[in-house]
Design a binder for this molecule. Structure first.
Ligand code: PEP
Ligand code: MN
Length: 337
């Protein structure tokens, strides 16, 4: 942190700030200019509240130098994190494509999609068993039965499965079936849930809150990392803006920005990000071009009969075509699929 003194701050005021810095176990580095004095606080200042100094006489402002997240930060871990989930690599050069229905609806539906996305080249099967719905009267998911069906689909196809967990009490049950635990946008700052998934030996797919900043997303990841789980995948899934034509505004800027700030893999969700099936393919290509390490895509055998997110789920044929496009894109971008 840098403490900028007001022009005209007295020597006593500067000395008082230096004493305060030193009393907290840090070193103070003084830089006396023509106009004003600047005090550098040397040491890991993250736990300090800058307000402590801003209240002191003669202080104009403080400027943080270290980022508030540590374990998630590239300063702490410069190389990309790469990890393997049942033989599937996430992070690094290889793209990881997750696909499947918004919700698991029946045995027939999940097995049909699982085979179709596997055939097209997907690496992970998605499907919600516990669905966070805006209305309590909407389909809430099949719950435990949905998890059993996902496990059956994994058995048949060999694809690892990702599914959402909505409550801390449900983490151990969902972790018995899922290969990756998904934290949805509505729970990005459910700190009890973040702590609970931090204590489990399963990778976590953490979705950006629909009204959260990039820094808040990284602070949420920090909760999981600080609780001992180093396998966190971040997901840009669109944020709320004034635009109503699309369901959300997929923040393409966030993809390279998050990758600059963190070593964790970053994927994108163009299905929730657009809310419109016919925008999913072009936006998927854009996300990969922007540097995403993978995608999570909603695929349904019969979208018009889906029990949730009808408008944004793509048919298996459209998904197969998307995979072809991505294969063509990967090479020129220095990626592999
Ligand atoms: C989903 O993946 O189906 C979902 C509900 O995602 P989000 O939390 O991003 O809305
Ligand atoms: Mn959905």
């Amino acid at each position: 942190m840098i403490i900028v003194m007001r022009s005209g701050a007295t020597a006593q005021q500067v000395a008082a700030v230096v004493r305060r810095v030193e009393s907290m176990g840090f070193r103070a580095h003084l830089s006396e200019g023509e106009e004003r004095t600047i005090i550098g606080v040397i040491g890991d200042e993250r736990p300090i509240d800058p307000g402590i100094f801003e209240l002191m006489e003669g202080v104009e402002r403080t400027v943080p130098i270290l980022r508030p997240f540590k374990l998630a930060s590239r300063d702490f871990h410069p190389q990309d994190s790469v990890f393997s989930i049942n033989g599937v690599t996430i992070g690094g050069k290889k793209l990881c494509i997750m696909a499947g229905p918004c919700a698991v609806e029946s045995r027939q539906q999940i097995l049909e999609v699982a085979h179709a996305v596997k055939e097209a080249g997907a690496h992970v099967l998605r499907g919600g068993a516990f669905k966070p719905r805006t209305s309590p009267y909407s389909f809430q998911g099949l719950g435990l039965r949905g998890l059993e069906l996902l496990a059956e689909a994994r058995e048949e196809t060999g694809l690892p499965v990702v599914t959402e967990v909505m409550a801390p009490e449900a983490v151990s049950m969902v972790a018995r079936y899922a290969d990756i635990l998904q934290i949805g946008t509505r729970n990005m700052q459910n700190f009890a849930l973040l702590q609970a998934v931090g204590q489990v030996n399963k990778p976590v797919l953490l979705k950006r809150g629909m009204m959260s900043t990039i820094e808040e997303l990284l602070m949420a990841a920090e909760y999981i990392l600080a609780n001992g789980n180093s396998r966190v995948i971040l997901c840009e899934r669109g944020i709320r803006t004034f635009e109503k034509y699309t369901r959300n505004t997929l923040d393409i800027n966030a993809i390279p920005a998050i990758k600059q700030l963190t070593h964790l893999p970053v994927i994108a969700d163009p299905s929730q990000g657009t809310g419109k099936w016919d925008l999913v393919v072009p936006v998927s290509r854009a996300c990969i071009a922007a540097g995403a390490d993978g995608l999570i895509i909603e695929v349904h055998p019969n979208p018009e009969e889906a029990l949730s997110d009808q408008a944004q789920q793509i048919r298996p044929e459209v998904f197969a075509k998307l995979m072809e496009d991505l294969r063509a894109l990967a090479g020129p971008l220095g990626r592999e699929l």
